[in-house]
Ligand binder design. Structure first.
Ligand SMILES: [Zn+2]
Length: 72
């Protein structure tokens, strides 16, 4: 079985936490949801490695559908 998608990435999380809290909040509130066709807040997200960046993967705060945001 492939549980790769469920693996929490400590490396990615470290990079995420290295970003100032205020900037992180801004990024969390500035995610494009293609379902809402709007900028929304990402909720219930996890931080993943997506070399050379990291990615936030979670749900749209409005409609609950999957959204993701890359951070470079
Ligand atoms: Zn949405």
């Amino acid at each position: 079985m492939d549980h790769k998608k469920e693996v929490f990435s400590f490396g990615a999380n470290k990079k995420w936490l290295a970003i100032p809290a205020a900037t992180r909040k801004e990024l969390e509130h500035n995610v494009w949801c293609s379902h809402c066709s709007d900028v929304v807040q990402i909720v219930d997200f996890v931080v993943k490695d997506s070399p050379p960046e990291i990615a936030l993967e979670g749900k749209c705060g409005k409609c609950g559908k999957k959204v993701a945001r890359f951070i470079d």
